[in-house]
Design a protein around this ligand. Sequence first.
Ligand code: GUN
Length: 288
Amino acid sequence: MAATIIDGKKLAAEIREKLKAEIQELSDRGITPGLAVVLVGENPASKKYVASKEKTCQQLGIQSFGHKLPETTSQAELLKLIDELNADEKVHGILVQLPLPKGLDAKEVMHRIAPEKDVDGFGPHSLGALMLDEPGFIPCTPHGAMKMLEAYGIDPAGKKAVVVGRSIIVGKPLAMLLLRKNATVTMCHSKTPDLKAECLSADILCVAVGRAKMISGDMVKEGAAVIDIGINVGPDGKLVGDVDFQAAKERAGFITPVPGGAGPMTIAMLMYNTVLAAKTRAGLKMSF
Ligand code: GUN
């Protein structure tokens, strides 16, 4: 039987609707949530992502402060901008689009962002809180993945979850979130000897590698929930995921499409974190 398609686009729209009420609550107190979006260089994919993030801010009434810096920007210049944004009252969240051009040290930049403005959740404070099961900013893509599972009634408790890819942006935090929900989690990566066997054991299969269709249909267990976090450009210029969607949907129980799955959810959760940052500073709680 063909899989249920997890509609990330619709779910993201629902989250944005809920956020509008939160933003109104802030607006009633004279507060406009502000997100600084820093883009260094000319990476075409990064430019597209940043444009979508800024557009969504506008739609919701979040003020976006765009900082487009040239490829030649030095580490010191970038750190100086971060310091200014850390000190700027109008800025509640700071996002530095990754990857940074060669020669810039992303880790040092992540360390420099004030913990209370780390809406991407990539800094040591946020990632530490995640490990400790303490409240904090959860990285947006893994957070979106968990929301998709939840929305479709897929409870990780007692299930075997396999995460393919060990990045700080997705794989590692997603594994922690699945563990938090009592899944038995396996992390796979380029040195995993038998990726197919691991994937076939997964009730929940999450893939975040960045290689088009690397997961074929025969790597998916019957009835599994498949969360595809890859965004790749196919030979025809269209977006394709890390999973061979057409083949996998014949075996999976649930599957996210690309586009229309993890992508829109990532942006929705970034908006969530930005509103969370603004509400926390105002001494208010999120209602969801
Ligand atoms: N590059 C790819 N995904 C992300 C993300 O979620 N945040 C940032 N800042 N950069 C990214």
